[in-house]
Each structure stands twice: as structure tokens, then as C-alpha cells.
Design a protein around this ligand. Structure first.
Ligand code: ADP
Length: 190
């Protein structure tokens, strides 16, 4: 299997690129944000719980997120591998993912990070908010809070994967196609 963590701050373009890459490499794309939003739309117990955190731009508690992610992986173990988009977002999520995959004789092949300066990220998120209807895309305070969550809890994961020689940074500025080409160069060797 090819199991890749697509990494980057909110608005970096993970979802857009994951959609292209999953088709190219025949991988299963798991976006934890999308799974949560699906549950919110369908008013499941998980959705009701996650909504209170997400709407304010806070991370959903690890325990809840990890359980959900594992269920999504278990549904797709017969495929070629996974693109993890939005997971892991904390060190404890990363550790649990390693452990969970190793129990299945699998591993993360690499973390591929989209690197984008913060002023451009905010611009992209506001623009997405005009059409996405996402409450967390439309309010500056909530967007700031998401960056704060990213800086304090998620950014350290770069180090976590660097220590395992699995970190690959890619310049996330440019057209969708240009960025996609750069990502493919990394995906090809993983
Ligand atoms: P973005 O990366 O643009 O912020 P996502 O759709 O990936 O958007 O995530 C939206 C929200 O979903 C996050 O702000 C958070 O509340 C929740 N979420 C997604 N993934 C995780 C995760 N791995 N751990 C905790 N919360 C998560």
C-alpha cells in the first residue's frame, strides 16, 4: 500500500490536490473534515458532537477523531492505500495512526506538506467561504483560531515525520496544475 499524509495549514489546498491525486494513484482519500461535515449534515451523534468544536475553529477531541478515522480505514483495507487529509493533526493522533497501521502490517510512506504563506491562506479561505457555506470559513476570529490550533498542536508533526525521514515539503503557491505536478514527483517515489 501507498499511505500518504497530505499536510498543511487550513486553506493550503489539501482537499483540492487530494481529489486529483487519489484518481491518479488509485488511492482512497480520507478527509476527516469531510467526514465530520457529512455527519453534521446527517445530524448523527458524532456530527452533533463535532459541530460545537468545528464551528468555533477548534480541533475535535482526539478520542472521537481517532475512532472515526480507524473506522474509515477499516472500510477500505483492500485498496491500494490512503491519502490522509486533515489527519493526523496532533501528536497523539500521529502515534495512534502508526500503531494502528503497524497492527495491519502497514505504515505511513511519507508526509507531503503543502507550504503556503499565511496571508495567501487567509485570502483563499475567505474566498472559499463565499461559496462553501462553512461557518468556520466566514469569520476572521474563527479563521485565526484555526491557525492558532494549527501552530500550537499540528505544526510539530513536521518534526515527528522528519525524525522518521518521512517529511517532504512542496511549494503550495502557483496554479492547481503546477502544484499537482510537484506533488506527483514526490508521490511517485513514495
Ligand atoms: P481546514 O484544513 O481547511 O481547516 P478541514 O475540513 O480539514 O479544514 O477541517 C475542518 C475542521 O474539522 C477543523 O477545524 C476541526 O475542527 C475538524 N477536524 C478535522 N480534522 C481533524 C482532526 N484530525 N482532529 C481534530 N479535529 C479535526
Amino acid at each position: 500500500m501507498k499511505n500518504i499524509v497530505l499536510f498543511g495549514p487550513p486553506g493550503a489546498g489539501k482537499g483540492t490536490q487530494a481529489t486529483l491525486l487519489k484518481d491518479k494513484y488509485n488511492l482512497v482519500h480520507i478527509s476527516t473534515g469531510d467526514v465530520f461535515r457529512y455527519n453534521i449534515k446527517n445530524k448523527t451523534e458524532l456530527g452533533i458532537l463535532a459541530k460545537s468544536y468545528m464551528d468555533d475553529g477548534n480541533l475535535v477531541p482526539d478520542e472521537v477523531t481517532i475512532k472515526m478515522l480507524q473506522a474509515e480505514v477499516d472500510k477500505n483495507l483492500n485498496g491500494n492505500g490512503f491519502i490522509f487529509d486533515g489527519f493526523p493533526r496532533t501528536e497523539s493522533q500521529a502515534e495512534s495512526l502508526d500503531k494502528f497501521l503497524s497492527e495491519k502490517d502497514e505504515k505511513i510512506n511519507g508526509m507531503v506538506a503543502l507550504e503556503v504563506p499565511e496571508n495567501l491562506l487567509i485570502e483563499r479561505i475567505f474566498k472559499r467561504g463565499e461559496t462553501s457555506g462553512r461557518p468556520d470559513d466566514q469569520n476572521e476570529e474563527k479563521i485565526r483560531n484555526r491557525f492558532n490550533e494549527y501552530q500550537t498542536k499540528t505544526a510539530i508533526l513536521q518534526e515527528y515525520y522528519e525524525k522518521q525521514d518521512k517529511f517532504f515539503g512542496v511549494d503550495g503557491v502557483g496554479s492547481i496544475q503546477e502544484i499537482n505536478k510537484k506533488l506527483q514527483k514526490v508521490f511517485d517515489i513514495l
